[in-house]
Design a protein around this ligand. Structure first.
Ligand code: GDP
Ligand code: CA
Length: 319
């Protein structure tokens, strides 16, 4: 059998878990993950790439399974010491083990290596079994437009500040990708789509994960030019995100919080949208004109169900 080439567009937790399923559903396949870097932020002088790290730690078996992010067996000594200095921000979870990753990354970036090469170097340790590519080597940072409670005027804050510090409680009126006009797909991204046998959109946040990746100039075009079928997997089940706060993001871009809403937002490839197939949970009903909609179990509760979900996506890609 010829080696299958699979490209997965991914954010953090949802993307990472789905990728574990793809890896076990397609042993021997050449899998490339194109990962959102719009959540990236510089804190205490360190460059932090939350989604790349979630994917790397999850696939490398270093993730904390309960939290779903950061390192297993983590300690928080440095974070406490920074807080004792009153060094802001104090709301971001920087674990001691995790800090080593950010130190190595920042040092390499400062030395002039592009993020894609830094990511490759970090993955040497974790052996994720897939090729990890940032969506872009250029800096793109998602900001959220909210109403400043003091002045009543619109204000853009970094996505991490909105998501973690404010727990997404401030109503977002828009998401802005700062820097995106100067961004290009990272080396290998366009080539991966061009050579793919299957393109899968992970059940990641449609706005601030998948949406951000596809916002990089040229990336959406590369995906659409792929000879492979494009299969999306819904992160929304029964009218709510399975976990996280995607329901705070979708209304801001005018999308209903339902599998059908997200499917229609992605749209049929035959009509200028993204999808050939759309996977929704077995209990959901979803009509997306021009798209092959399939109802299958979509809860990644354990390795077997996660693998079955990935198999369903790969079957849809072969159709
Ligand atoms: P983040 O960057 O860490 O927020 O992670 P992603 O953007 O990759 O994924 C977040 C999305 O994953 C959320 O919208 C969740 O609804 C979705 N998600 C998490 N677990 C599951 C699951 O078991 N099944 C499905 N279908 N979606 C899930
Ligand atoms: Ca994320």
């Amino acid at each position: 059998m010829v080696c299958m080439r699979i490209v997965v567009v991914a954010g953090g937790i949802g993307g990472a878990r789905f990728l574990t399923g793809v890896r076990s559903a397609a042993p021997g396949a050449d899998i490339t993950a194109v990962v959102n870097t719009g959540d990236d932020v510089t804190l205490h002088g360190l460059r932090i790439c939350p989604d790349l790290d979630s994917v790397m730690y999850t696939l490398g078996d270093g993730i904390d399974p309960e939290r779903g992010w950061g390192r297993r067996g983590e300690s928080w000594v440095v974070k406490d010491e920074l807080a004792a200095y009153g060094a802001e921000p104090t709301w971001f979870g920087l674990g001691d083990r995790d800090l080593a990753t950010h130190l190595v990354r920042t040092r390499m970036l400062d030395a002039g290596y592009p993020l894609s090469e830094v990511t490759l170097a970090l993955a040497e340790r974790w052996q994720p079994g897939v090729t990890l590519l940032p969506m872009s080597d250029q800096r793109v940072e998602t900001h959220v437009v909210v109403t400043d409670p003091d002045t009543g005027r619109p204000q853009a804050i970094h996505f991490q500040e909105w998501w973690i510090r404010h727990r997404a409680a401030l109503d977002p009126s828009a998401f802005v990708q700062v820097g995106v006009e100067d961004a290009r797909p990272a080396p290998g991204v366009v080539e991966a789509f061009a050579a793919a046998d299957a393109v899968l959109l992970a059940p990641s946040n449609p706005v601030v994960s998948v949406g951000t990746v596809l916002g990089v100039p040229g990336l959406r075009e590369a995906l659409l030019a792929s000879p492979a079928r494009v299969v999306g997997v819904s992160p929304v089940v029964g009218g709510a995100p399975v976990r996280g706060m995607a329901d705070r993001c979708l209304p801001a871009i005018g999308v209903e919080v339902s599998a059908e809403g997200v499917g229609r937002h992605y749209g049929a490839r035959s009509a200028g949208g993204l999808l050939d197939s759309w996977l929704v949970h077995e209990t959901d009903v979803s009509d997306v004109p021009g798209v092959d909609v399939r109802r299958v179990p979509l809860l990644m509760t354990d390795p077997a169900t996660t693998q079955a979900m990935a198999e369903a996506a790969l079957n849809a890609a072969r159709a």
